[in-house]
Design a protein around this ligand. Structure first.
Ligand SMILES: [Fe+2]
Length: 271
């Protein structure tokens, strides 16, 4: 590829509710997502200052998985000026999602997993949703799909999955991570040197680091957030820190993740 970065957007944890439903934690996730989409359209469309090829949403598309929430989600996402690739999270309902978004690729077992070739490498999007639990699963069928995609490819790989396979220190979240981390690692380990980055949701926090040498980032959702509260708790510590999306710029040498607080109104100036 040329020296120009390959750019895409990362959004996560939209927690959409149906039109007219009571506010969620004091706000309307639909209004929030509409503001994010308007900001994206102004900045990252074909004529914008930083055009992006597509957007990826790493799960918790809805809060309770109702058909009405997916319908509303579709109406808002239709305003995006680029394609969008959707993953499931623990708050989603696979059946209702597939009914609302029948064109979304899925694997042979019906999981919402897809392999997307790009100029900078293969983007592998995984389905960690498991009915009945807020933790994440990658069952043997899903891992077999991942293993096959890795085996048949060469070159850089980028991973997208809602649940992180690691603990972060926020006690309630640490009880609902990806439970199949060891099995995932067994699949990834032979290919680890070419896995350039993993993108997660679930945490509702801006986080970066590495897991077994693989760099990762997560970011705030477009609605409510999780506070940096490391006390032992039975509940998730919520907060209304600013919502965000991320602009990711990839070159052969670098993966740069710009987190953007799209509601920030503090004003800009030239230093
Ligand atoms: Fe979430």
């Amino acid at each position: 590829m040329s020296g120009a970065p390959f750019s895409f957007l990362h959004l996560t944890d939209l927690h959409m509710i149906p039109e007219g439903a009571p506010p969620l934690y004091g706000l309307d996730p639909g209004e929030r997502l509409a503001l994010a989409v308007a900001d994206i359209a102004a900045r990252h469309g074909p004529g914008g200052a930083a055009p992006a090829e597509f957007a990826v949403v790493t799960g918790d598309l809805t809060h309770l998985g109702e058909p009405g929430a997916y319908a509303r989600l579709g109406r808002i996402l239709d305003r995006l000026p680029m394609p969008v690739h959707l993953l499931l999270g623990n708050h989603d309902d696979r059946g209702h999602f597939q009914a609302a978004f029948p064109g979304t690729p899925r694997d042979a077992a019906g999981f919402v997993q897809q392999a997307l070739p790009t100029p900078v490498g293969l983007f592998l999007m995984l389905d960690t949703n498991e009915p009945g639990t807020h933790a994440g699963r990658l069952c043997p069928a899903r891992l077999a799909w991942l293993s096959a995609r890795l085996a048949e490819s060469e070159g850089p790989v980028f991973l997208f999955l809602h649940h992180p396979p690691f603990r972060v220190g926020i006690s309630r979240m640490d009880r609902i991570p990806l439970l199949d981390a060891e099995a995932l690692w067994e699949v990834l380990a032979p290919h680890a040197p070419r896995i350039r980055h993993a993108f997660h949701g679930h945490l509702h926090r801006p986080l970066g680091g590495s897991w077994r040498g693989i760099p990762f980032t997560s970011l705030r959702g477009t609605a409510h957030q999780v506070a940096l509260d490391l006390a032992e708790r039975e509940t998730v510590p919520g907060s209304h820190e600013p919502p965000a999306y991320a602009l990711v710029r990839v070159t052969p040498e670098s993966v740069i993740v710009h987190t953007h607080d799209f509601l920030d109104a503090t004003g800009g100036f030239q230093l």
